[in-house]
Design a binder for this molecule. Sequence first.
Ligand code: FAD
Length: 355
Amino acid sequence: MDLDYLQALTGGLAEEETGLAAYRHIWVVAEHREGKLLRVTRELLGRSRELAERLGARVEVALLGEKVEALAEELVRFGADRIHLAEHPLLATYTAETYTKVLAALVQEKKPEILLLGATINGNDLAPRLAQRLATGLTTDCVAVDIDESERLLLSTRPIHGGALLATMACPQHRPQMATVRPGVLRAMPADPSREGAVERAEVSLDDGDLMVKPRRVMNEFPRPTDLQEAQVIVAGGRGLGTAEGFKLLEKLARVLNGSVAASRAAVEAGWASRDRQVGITGNFVRPRVYFACGISGSIQHLMGMRGSRYIVAVNSNPDAAIFKFADYGIAGDLYQVIPALTDELKAAGVGSLT
Ligand SMILES: Cc1cc2nc3c(=O)[nH]c(=O)nc-3n(C[C@H](O)[C@H](O)[C@H](O)COP(=O)(O)OP(=O)(O)OC[C@H]3O[C@@H](n4cnc5c(N)ncnc54)[C@H](O)[C@@H]3O)c2cc1C
């Protein structure tokens, strides 16, 4: 460890002296599957656009893969100013070794000041390796990202102590500042077909020696991102259901509305719904057009995961339940009467979907 590095660590050097000033612009690492961008990439672009305006910076994207150039146009429409395109047959399927090698070289050459990834299975695998290779800090699994314009600092907020507290982290002495952000937390901006951006092709030097593990095929049997992230209508149940049987009522309503079923943590812990259905700070973050909260009291931990919903409809037998303060529509009543009546009404009205 040299003296300059030690001084930089302890805050002893100005930005120019540490070389931090050479780092500019916000980068998003694009994620795609079967030729389609994951929604989290569009969400990261939307937030990066807002932060970049405040920093006077560009939004750039690292797009790795094989024959993925067609995605560049879509990335520009969703907010990117420049795409760094790295194509190679060994990038066709994600592997930690190849993606880390190519991205580390690209970042070392281009010097982005902020680097954002989705907190997905691949993002969670890639980000720590990359941070280690780049000798910088990383905040994982963030539920908010903001900026301190005066110091050009990324402020990354994540749950700690199992979701009991939220902590905001900053990385003042190293670049790039890295964070992974949970899918569903940020809002994507609508596609703008008039946007223009540049595509820069990156040199990729990879050979079989870079692979310790060779992917042979991708198996869809393994866990996929839950459909809650994409659902336009969610019917969620809580402890107020009283039994696992109660979820059958919610499934019927969800079917009529072409929606998905979710649960509070209390319902998951009671064994009435699987863990991947949980909404909240320690579960999924969702943004449907309509969220039905049935027999859910409205704890802060649950609200954090669903407050981005366009409309919230609450059904609760307690007229003073906290959920009614956040709901756009509230029905004070027994869900065992309300939900079947609502399902029948919607069915009779021929409402196939609320989208
Ligand atoms: C660190 C930490 C992390 C957490 N993370 C999460 C999380 O990610 N997600 C989450 O959901 N929770 C989370 N929790 C738990 C959270 O604090 C609440 O305990 C939980 O959300 C309560 O679930 P609930 O609303 O289903 O149950 P309750 O709070 O028990 O509410 C049940 C509601 O049902 C109503 N009700 C009862 N009978 C009927 C009926 N027949 N018809 C209509 N309404 C009825 C009641 O009036 C009541 O309002 C977390 C807690 C901690 C400490």
